[in-house]
Design a protein around this ligand. Sequence first.
Ligand code: ZN
Length: 703
Amino acid sequence: MTSTVLVFVILHHQTKHSAMKKSLILCTIAFMSMIMFNSCRNTASKTDSADDFDYNVDRFEDIRVLRYKLPAFENLSLQEKEFIYYLSEAALCGRDIQWDQNFKYNLLVRKTLEAILLSYKGDKDNDEYKAFVTYAKRVFFANGIHHHYSNDKFIPGFSREYFISLINSSEASLLPLSDGQTAEALTGILIPVMFDPILYAKKVDQSQGSDMITSSSVNFYEGVSQAEVETYYSGIVDPADLTPISYGQNTKVVKRNGKVEELTYKADGLYGQAIERIIFWLEKAKEVAMNEIQEKELALLIDYYRTGDLKTWDDYNIIWARNTTPSVDYINGFIETYNDPLGLKANWEAIVDYKDTEATKRTELITANAQWFEDNSPVNPSYRKETVTGVAASVINIAMLGGDCYPASPLGINLPNSNWIRTQSGSKSVTLANITDAIDIASRGGGMLQEFAADEDEIKRAMEYGSLASALHTDFHECIGHASGKMAPGKDANSLKNYYSPLEEARADLFALYYLMDEKVIELGLIPDHEAAKAEYDSFIRNGLLTQIVRIKPGKDIEQAHMRDRAAISHWVYEKGKADNVIEVFKRDGKTFVKINDYQKLRTLFGEMLAEIQRIKSEGDFEAGKAIIENYGVKIDQSLHTEVLERYAKLNLAPYTGFINPKLIPVTDANGMITDIKVEYCSDFLQQMLDYGRDYAYLPAIN
Ligand code: ZN
């Protein structure tokens, strides 16, 4: 594997965690089916070896689209397969919700793009049409008109006039026209939404000093200011409640007749049409659940979708978190709050997965030793947990991605998010093996490592140990890192406000980095020797000081929490180790490189920083937390940025990766009973988007 670095980059940035959730509450179409079958090929047969499976599906702008395999799916029992199938349908039925949550005109834009793509009979090689298709792909990938990662609005590479001509030559029956609405009226709405660079410029805007709600385009709030929302929630949240519900997680806040109120996502509420379909498939899944607990769990989830009651959601999560044994599991709900500038509202997401039994042995070994790692960590003993409980970790294979997890998939997940439920009932932590493998294999030969590694030794180490070291880093980050440490009496991590997220990610990363070079890891047989740890140190520092900024536009700051975390760690240890030349930054042929000279000393620095970040969290020290993130994790050296972007551009690689799903097809007997579920691996990104737009469109264009 020649391009392990790229794998690392993506691993680190897409790993999804959960730690902060309530932390900001107090402050803050049918004729296409023939084409579809032509585009899919059944590769679930034994003849499809790992070697000839082509993971690469599409490439446009800064995006690479892959597909993933379902390893040993054919060996699952009929009940397991059926369960996966029903849950997968439930995972796809909520797709429109996520689109509408991202921005209120997203579904209108998408339905129009679909109508044009399906109607177009002209020359597909002309430059404007090609620019249109690229724009459509970008929008499909991002579940909306804003970049999934940078949050910036996409600016079309074709003219307004051309767009109007495309709409006018499209079949009117396919356009999302409301009663009596003309194509001109539709165009009148869409032109400013799509083409005006100022209007709705950012999906999420967390810049200091702005009203984050009015400056953000996410559709969680309408007609209310940040101050009004904060006042509203401070009026209903009881700070003394030790087991609070996730206030505001499944609602949209609006103002009606001068009063601030919440519209709840539920079967007879907002997004009800899609939620009804999710319930339909969950009901079927419940009948074939893996065990009684899972059946009970699904009953609660269905009840929650019907009522929108967040207490039921908590009850569901408590059972789900404790139910660590089923071979097939899932996530389905309003869960992650990354896209809400106030950290309250959650996007809809879903995955369906089944256990990778071999790799799970590795994470079980780590988890079994969780207490040892906690007791020996370099943090102040009073901030260590006396008992580390319930960190369940398994390696899973994804069978279906939905909502916010599609097409850009996380690589690790740690849920539930509610802090008190995590404390009382533990959490489930998973690493997504087939997704990670697809990225790893597809990335070989990319050239990133060769361009940015300081020397041949570093490249050799990365090739030999890179994948293992990276997987272990993720395991430690998810299984132990987020679960470690405790708060000082009377202190509240909520006081870290917008710095909570990057600090929490840094804490988990530092925990992983510190322990990767511990003798214990060799003793446990997790790695053969320290070379593996060195490979991860090389990768982490190279990424934090140099390569991760390839994802940022010239002149912009680092905003994403995981990127801020990695920048802060790398720059902090670089500065603290400068006197001893621990990390060297040097130039060769006009190019900048970084080289670690003293790995043991670097490990010590990781330990020191872990102790300080844990202190900051335990004491809720806002000023110190802000100082670390703002001083080390936000700003980019402009001349270095220009240089890195130029070197990266020559490699012609995509900084972001996403996936298309396989198609699960039930095989039935004469009585309509399911006898098997077949897997078809699709290979056309745009086609899957059009298929989903036809098969899973349950919401109106404007909600
Ligand atoms: Zn994390």
